[in-house]
Design a protein around this ligand. Sequence first.
Ligand SMILES: [Mg+2]
Length: 108
Amino acid sequence: MVVGMLKVFSVIYVDIDGILCNNTYGDYEKAKPFPDNIKEINRLYDEGFTIVIWTARGGTTSIDWSELTKKQLKEWGLKYHYIDKHKPNYDLLIDDKTINNVKMLKSI
Ligand SMILES: [Mg+2]
């Protein structure tokens, strides 16, 4: 897909906590969705991007949050292709392909 400044991409990894909902720091049942961000991700899904939900939920505790996470994403109306639960635990991500403000997606 040709987008913006001739960048070509079709797969978008999307974090859950802090992007699709507020960050509850492990208290996931209390997560509240961010409708504006979900709307933008759904638009990208509808435009043909592959949306991969990338989460570290349970990564340090070994608690399986899969069912709660799938239930939340369904309730929040998020469109996605699959969930990748292998996001590593880190405190800072430095990556040339990263944005953390979904408003920036409006330009895609
Ligand atoms: Mg996060």
